[in-house]
Design a protein around this ligand. Structure first.
Ligand SMILES: Nc1ncnc2c1ncn2[C@@H]1O[C@H](COP(=O)(O)OP(=O)(O)OP(=O)(O)O)[C@@H](O)[C@H]1O
Ligand SMILES: [Mg+2]
Length: 139
């Protein structure tokens, strides 16, 4: 378990690049935390580090976006789900077996569906609102 304080979006991008460099070719990254805590910002950092030039936006309405960079980036957002069964219905189990990196926002919506080896990142916005505290849980 490691805790990092990010002082701005660029810091969060840098952390994403650093984490990416230590991930295997295929990995699932589960992102937890409130609205505006920086989950999409982190995925944008992953995309940048993977050489993806397309703008990465939150797939809140589409649930999943795929980007092809040096390898595949699958970006999932479970915000709109109310029950893990809905994740199953959208093919979540197949999605997290995708090649490349699969990053899932609002992972708390489908906690029990993540495979062993999932990297979990928890985002918090402290009172001052200007920083983000990111906890990295490799367990
Ligand atoms: N240190 C920081 N890291 C990331 N984002 C930050 C930071 N400081 C301020 N911000 C701002 O906070 C916002 C984070 O938004 P982002 O869309 O990444 O949140 P989110 O966790 O994906 O929210 P949602 O649950 O709505 O999808 C952005 O507007 C960003 O500019
Ligand atoms: Mg988001």
């Amino acid at each position: 378990m490691r805790e990092v304080v990010s002082h701005g979006p660029e810091d969060t991008h840098r952390l994403a690049a650093e984490i990416l460099s230590s991930l295997p070719d295929r990995a699932v990254v589960a992102l937890y935390g409130d609205l505006g805590s920086g989950k999409t910002c982190f995925v944008q950092g992953l995309a940048e580090a993977m050489g993806i030039t397309e703008p990465v936006t939150s797939p809140t309405f589409t649930l999943v976006n795929e980007y092809k960079g040096g390898r595949l980036l699958t970006h999932v957002d479970l915000y709109r789900l109310t029950h893990p069964d809905e994740a199953l219905a959208m093919g979540f189990e197949e999605l997290i077996e995708s090649d490349g990196i699969t990053a899932v926002e609002w992972a708390e919506r489908a906690e029990e569906l993540f495979p062993a080896g999932t990297l979990r990142l928890r985002f918090r916005t402290p009172e001052d609102g200007q920083t983000r505290v990111i906890t990295i849980d490799e367990g």
